[in-house]
Ligand binder design. Sequence first.
Ligand SMILES: [Zn+2]
Ligand SMILES: [Zn+2]
Length: 181
Amino acid sequence: MNCPSCKLELHKITAGGLSVFVCQGGCGGLWFGRLEVLKLDGQSLGNGKRLLNVPRAEGVRFFRNVEAICPYCKTTLLLRHFFSREQEVEVCQCAKCSGFWVDSGELARIIEPSFATEEKQKQAVSSYFKVIFDQRIAKMNLANVDIMESGRSIVKIFLFLCPEKFQPLKTSLQQKFFSNL
Ligand SMILES: [Zn+2]
Ligand SMILES: [Zn+2]
């Protein structure tokens, strides 16, 4: 499979029992196939954080206004669930195979201990997740059953990527998204 944006061949990385395809040396985007998404249930926080720890090309980001084709189906266009310019985040899904393409943007940078002091780092990660969860996912049409299911999968993907030291964040997000869904 190739990156829908950079066209580089995706590398398979195994984390938490999931095989995820990563655009290593390019945009750092991640492909979660449908069966891998099913394995997200019951994962511990941070099981997927190594997926963010890959070399990227300087300044290469995922597309914004270009249509991209599913790396798996190769014929179907990816549907964009949302993006955030500030956080450089992009989440798309294939309507045919249900796989997710995720560019988690600045997350890899801000979770590095060298990013800032502990307190500043916590603030940065907290505001990153606030934008993703409170603004982007909350604005998806969650009344639609299929979209709600996608929203839940996206929450699980981001929690999978988030390192364990941000456990308090996870607890509040989980309560928010899984108690009443
Ligand atoms: Zn790429
Ligand atoms: Zn597909």
